[in-house]
Design a protein around this ligand. Structure first.
Ligand code: FMN
Length: 164
């Protein structure tokens, strides 16, 4: 039996800071309430059927709305949308509707808020949710899609926003 190794979580975060992630905002709406969260822990699972996953911190009770709604949209950001990423990470403590007020949103298929000029929007029906450690992995089948014109992408690397 291999001994379980203990990795210091600060060292883990320092190593992960070397990992470039595309910045996205995952959104949902339920019973008249909207929520959006800036994430980098999100990726494609499959192209047939189109499936994506997002890792959401479940120590934040506000993230329960994603499970209650059963739908979410993954909005992939362009570099010029950095102020949106900042707002939806809670850094400037705006109220939720003030955050949404910074951009234009519509809906595609599920009713989850879709950013009108995102690089791409993956509108999803939640098919599975699995708690792992501090986060819950939400898996969605893509039921609506929109792609914007090609533009520089917004990445997060070495604890800062970058454009690619
Ligand atoms: C670049 C960046 C990436 C983030 N990635 C994630 C993520 O993948 N999952 C997550 O749960 N939170 C992530 N966060 C933190 C959330 O954005 C933040 O906790 C949340 O939006 C706070 O929202 P609230 O003020 O409405 O509670 C990230 C934050 C930043 C700045």
């Amino acid at each position: 039996m291999l001994k379980r190794q203990t990795i210091d979580s600060r060292e883990y975060r320092d190593a992960m800071a070397r990992y470039a992630g595309h910045v996205q905002i995952v959104t949902t709406a339920h019973e008249g309430v909207r929520r959006g969260v800036t994430v980098t822990a999100a990726c494609s699972v499959s192209d047939n059927p189109g499936t994506v996953l997002v890792c959401l911190n479940h120590s934040n009770p506000l993230n329960g709305i994603f499970l209650d709604a059963g739908v979410f949209a993954l909005n992939t950001l362009n570099a010029r949308q950095e102020p949106l990423a900042v707002a939806f990470s809670g850094l400037d403590h705006l109220e939720v509707e003030a955050r949404f007020g910074l951009a234009k949103w519509d809906t595609i298929a599920t009713g989850a808020p879709a950013l009108v000029d995102a690089a791409a929007v993956f509108d999803c029906r939640l098919i599975e949710a699995k708690p792992v450690a501090t986060h819950t992995i939400i898996i969605g089948e893509v039921v609506g899609l929109r792609t914007g014109d090609p533009e520089p992408a917004l990445l997060y690397l070495d604890r800062g926003y970058r454009s690619l």
